[in-house]
Design a protein around this ligand. Sequence first.
Ligand code: ATR
Length: 272
Amino acid sequence: QDLYAVMGHPISHSKSPLIHSLFATQTGEPVEYTAIQCPLDGFADSVKTFFERGGKGLNVTVPFKEQAWNMADVLSPGARAAGAVNTLFRDDEGRLCGENTDGPGLVRDLTVNQRLDLKGARILVLGAGGAVRGIMAPLLQEQPADVVIANRTVAKAEALAELFAGEVPVTACGFRDPKDAFDLIINGTSASLQGDLPPLDSSVVGPETITYDMMYGPGLTPFNQWARDLGAERVIDGLGMLVEQAAEAFACWRGVRPETSPVMAALRDRVG
Ligand code: ATR
């Protein structure tokens, strides 16, 4: 068996071991995948030890993705733009390579699983932390009409808008500023962890608005419940993104892309 793991702190809630064991069974790849809780000040040592002992690849989660980015000897273009790494492996020369599959996972869930055409769409993104930075470049590749980043701390949204604005206009504002309906609203804040809802104006949700919460859980997330109450066309949670980012990582390590739909169904049964 080839050994893989996810490192984070905390890690006990991680669904990655379950997802990757389902991928391994489905593809017949000899993959063993565990969860490792690193001490907060011991991530770099844990990574070194893991690879020295013959580990083949790692996923990295909160709060170590930026440290993983700093440690990598080689960054993929996507990881470079994301400023964070969630997938590590060693190349033939022993260099530590960093990839970020979160953004590609989100876009794949939106375009393939949910069959959304993002080209020409007006997108509102909520939040301006690491999670949002990680999705911006793959989202912009889909050529939306424009992207508005709204955040509690507007300066952080402005910094991201400046970093990513190009052919597609990217602008920044506070939560209460947008007043028109968007085609797609993506919640990339961690507000719901504190039971909070970004204080948006209700006019951003129209009858054709689709919302996507990068969080997931049993039942509707508070953000998606809010959007549904306002009459959103469709509300989607982040379970598909979770499975798709894992599939991208598995493909990056093994060269085989697993089928994600049976794994999403299995997870949905457990999560609710
Ligand atoms: P992550 O890796 O999840 O992106 P992060 O980098 O700490 O974590 O970013 C968290 C994001 O959620 C930020 O946009 C943060 O807003 P600030 O930039 O103003 O801090 C947002 N956030 C966290 N708690 C929030 C709350 N209670 N209400 C609204 N936004 C919140």
